[in-house]
Design a protein around this ligand. Structure first.
Ligand code: MN
Length: 489
């Protein structure tokens, strides 16, 4: 059985506190949503603002494969704005719980049904497809809910949606509710919220109970605790529900997730399923050893399935097998005795509470193997001008292969300025800084600063650290150490 996906990242997802997307950003996300195979894209709420309408229009005029919807209340004014945006369909949201009908709208149930029916008639007269969403459906009287849906179908609603607006369903009650509605003569979808962390579980139960469409947001962003996460629900359907499938290109999931995280500024917790930084990372020796022999031992799916790669983290839990494969990735060949020595040294560093970066590992390995690397780049001087009345400016003097180069840069702060001063030198141009992390090792302002960065050049990614009392020196040192490592490959 095919399950359709309605993605509401651009509407409910944008209602995440603090998130606001520009037209260009919404357009980029919509393009990816269409590309990955989403069936219906809720592009926004046309009534909201002029800017919102501009974004929706930009999306509707592209002729995407996906059906484009706007959120709408059952009001002529809202629907007229949807028509102005030339959407294919409306997500017509009608509250059905006593709490919402009485306390929010101050209406009687009969008045509510009239409002809904009139809005449907008006949409139909103007050629719109209608998904009728019953808001707060999970706290509504089931008989009344059904009567709203039956009337809606009579008036021409194309699809029905059950909204668990405040996320109070459980997998059992979700299954029961959808089973009770399964005799209705229209496709039913589910819209779940994650207030108790059950949105994905409730969505899967809804499917078992008869839902044929699910509402999701990328990374599960949305109001409060968010919505059903797209990646978790789609991959779960694919892997865990053998009788169901979607048309989503699962191997593009990671890219879409990263794009949305970057554009919304809502970053992903490391332990998040499917797309979290740690979802396919292994540090433990026993696990790494098993994975290398057969990845199914400690992975329920391969990282490649969702467009990712596996990572072995260097740390105190790692064993020699995982360490050896990381050393091989860094281009280092070691014998068994050397491997054991490197492993002991790594654990000693990790026991001090340190994150072990690739450059740390390399220094340890170089010592054990007695390799003397000639670094191509050496920092000679860095000078900063900073303060509340000047643009932070940095000048750097570095030596590259015996040639001394002087360069300057400006930035938002002194660290940014000094990295910019380095970055504009030719040899650094195709190196991207993909992560920058600062920790102070002790408490006071005289603390040692530990800077850990990740750099990328083409396909290669390395991590490096700088530890200094001065944050600028620590950052520049980490940066240059990382680039030296990249240049060695
Ligand atoms: Mn919602």
């Amino acid at each position: 059985m095919k399950i359709k996906v309605l993605d509401t990242t651009l509407r409910d997802g944008e209602q995440t506190p603090g998130v606001s997307l520009t037209t260009k950003e919404k357009f980029r996300i919509a393009t990816q949503l269409d590309e990955i195979g989403i069936d219906f894209i809720e592009a926004g709420s046309a009534i909201t603002s002029e800017g919102e309408r501009k974004s929706i229009k930009e999306i509707t005029k592209q002729g995407f494969n996906a059906e484009i919807l706007s959120f709408s209340r059952p009001l002529k004014g809202d629907i007229d704005y949807c028509l102005e945006c030339d959407v294919d369909a409306v997500n017509l949201v009608v509250p059905t719980s006593e709490l919402h009908i009485h306390d929010k709208l101050n209406k009687t149930p009969d008045e509510l049904i009239d409002l809904s029916n009139n809005a449907i008639d008006y949409c139909k007269d103007h050629g719109l497809t209608i998904e009728l969403s019953a808001e707060d459906a999970s706290r509504s009287d089931v008989d009344f809910l059904k009567s709203v849906y039956v009337e809606a179908i009579d008036h021409g609603a194309d699809r029905l949606c059950v909204c668990d607006t405040v996320g109070i369903l459980t997998p059992d009650s979700s299954y029961d509710l959808f089973t009770k509605l399964s005799d209705l003569k229209a496709p039913i979808s589910c819209h779940c919220h994650n207030d108790f962390g059950l949105a994905v579980a409730n969505t899967l139960s809804a499917i078992k109970g008869g839902a044929v469409e699910i509402h999701t947001t990328i990374n599960g962003i949305g109001e409060r605790a968010g919505n059903t996460s797209f990646e978790e629900s789609v991959v779960s359907i694919d892997r865990l529900l053998p009788d169901f499938s979607t048309d989503i290109k699962i191997n593009q999931i990671y890219n879409v997730s990263k794009l949305v995280a970057r554009l919304t500024g809502v970053y992903i917790q490391p332990n998040k399923a499917i797309v979290g930084e740690n979802a396919f990372s292994h540090e433990s020796g026993i696990h790494s050893d098993g994975i290398i022999k057969n990845s199914a031992t400690y992975e329920p799916m391969t990282p490649e399935l969702v467009g990712r790669t596996r990572k072995f983290i260097i740390g105190k839990h790692m064993g020699t097998h995982g360490l050896n494969s990381r050393l091989e990735e860094l281009g280092l060949q070691v014998n068994e005795i050397q491997l054991q020595q490197i492993c002991d040294d790594v654990k000693e560093l990790a026991d001090k509470g340190k994150t072990v970066t690739d450059v740390d590992l390399e220094i340890i390995a170089d010592n054990v193997l007695a390799i003397d690397h000639e670094d191509r780049i050496r920092l000679d001087e860095v000078t900063i001008v900073s303060g509340n009345k000047v643009m932070p400016t940095a000048s750097v003097k570095i030596t590259i292969d015996d040639e001394q180069i002087l360069n300057a840069g400006v930035g938002l702060g002194p660290v940014d300025a000094s990295i910019n001063a380095i970055k504009s030198i030719d040899i650094f141009r195709d190196v991207d800084l993909i992560e920058y992390h600062v920790d102070s090792i002790t408490g006071g302002t005289d603390a040692f600063i530990d800077v850990i960065i990740k750099l990328q050049k083409g396909e290669k990614v390395v991590s490096a650290r700088g530890t200094e009392p001065d944050i600028i020196n620590a950052s520049v040192k980490a940066y240059i150490a990382g680039v030296n490592r990249l240049l060695r490959e």
